[in-house]
Design a protein around this ligand. Structure first.
Ligand code: CTP
Ligand code: MG
Length: 335
């Protein structure tokens, strides 16, 4: 395969800033929506605490990591002392509680890898998934949110990338493409790699936040308000970054040998992680290390077929950003 690797962006690249920023603005949830999400959380909390007084509910995922689109579902984690009870049992009980309080479309998925209850609140119209004791997800949600507070360009880039991935059908883990969580980590890694860097590596700085969850130590510098000037040395615009992001994944990333690691702020070798061959269902065709569960490759869902789809989509996007006369439309054309 011949890679058409461009070394720099088109002359008129900065004409794309305004439309890309307008797109970003159009995807942000309104304050009103945020209030409704909190309302629903409060309602659920009231119902849950009646049954389990020591339980706490946390928002996680896109509604709490600041990478959520308008009108998206919310992810909730119920934290409680299980005392030997199975998660699937708790999920069934939750479903009963919610059903008798007139919440709609209540479903308990007890056999899923992460057992969840799904429901829709007819008052706010918001759908939500509730899982039990998925505390690592709550912590990685905070990490993503903290990164987003350092430089606005992360949130802008990640919204555009997520919108592209959803439009192009490459944001479906059950079809072998990547999760939104994986795309945000790819954006963070990419901004850590810019020269000068736009993001630091929070896990290699002084530790100001520390928790241990399921034997996993989660530690990083979370006083990010002190870092609001971090990326100022780098003046790259959002259009340049979107161009360079796709260029990176199309032509620069070494898929055969490298693992991206937000934890280390760099790439690692697959060899060092022993991710060189297929083990069970983990094929390691694109390797994205989870920042805390470092044995997790978020690319493990990608198979022989979907890696081609993904890489062709990155190449398509890179070419559009380089040559297309109307990239802000073509990039997001439905597949
Ligand atoms: N998550 C995780 N490990 C994964 C996938 C997801 O820990 N392999 C957690 C992360 O905390 C993530 C949350 O689950 O933020 C939700 O992930 P995801 O479904 O990828 O999507 P959202 O960030 O909620 O994005 P959206 O729903 O807008 O697509
Ligand atoms: Mg979600």
């Amino acid at each position: 395969r011949i890679l058409k690797r461009q070394t720099t962006w088109r002359n008129d690249i900065n004409m794309l800033n305004a439309p890309l920023l307008a797109l970003f603005e159009s995807l942000i949830p309104s304050d009103e929506e945020k209030v409704k999400q909190k309302q629903l959380l409060t309602l659920l909390e009231k119902l849950v605490v009646k049954e389990w007084p020591d339980a706490v509910l946390y928002l996680y995922g896109s509604c709490a990591n600041s990478f959520g689109f308008s009108k998206s579902d919310i992810d909730v984690c119920l934290q409680m002392n299980l005392g030997g009870v199975e998660k699937s049992e708790v999920v069934l009980k939750l479903a009963n509680i919610f059903e008798s309080d007139n919440l709609q479309n209540v479903q308990a998925l007890t056999r899923a890898r992460v057992p969840v209850v799904k429901l829709m609140d007819p008052v706010t119209g918001i759908s939500c998934d509730i899982c039990v004791n998925n505390v690592l997800a709550v912590v990685n949600t905070k990490l993503l949110r903290d990164y987003a507070r350092i430089d606005v360009r992360l949130r802008q880039l990640a919204f555009i990338v997520k919108h592209w991935a959803k439009s192009r059908g490459v944001n479906m883990t059950y079809q072998g493409t990547l999760s939104s969580y994986a795309y945000v980590l790819m954006c963070i890694h990419f901004l850590q790699q810019r020269r000068p860097p736009i993001l630091p590596c929070l896990q290699r700085m002084q530790i100001t936040y520390f928790v241990t969850v399921d034997d996993v130590k989660c530690a990083y510098f979370d006083q990010v308000e002190k870092l609001h000037n971090f990326g100022a040395q780098n003046g790259e615009s959002i259009a340049q970054l979107v161009w360079a992001f796709f260029h990176y994944w199309a032509y620069c990333h070494d898929y055969a040998n490298d693992v991206i690691s937000v934890r280390m702020g760099s790439t690692l070798s697959k060899r060092a992680k022993d991710w060189t061959r297929r083990v069970g269902n983990d094929r390691h065709l694109i390797c994205i290390e989870d920042p805390f569960e470092t044995s997790h490759d978020l690319g493990r869902v990608v198979d022989k077929y979907s890696i081609r789809v993904l890489r062709e989509e990155f190449e398509r996007a890179a070419e559009i950003m380089q040559y297309d006369t109307n990239p802000c439309v073509t990039l997001f054309e439905p597949y």
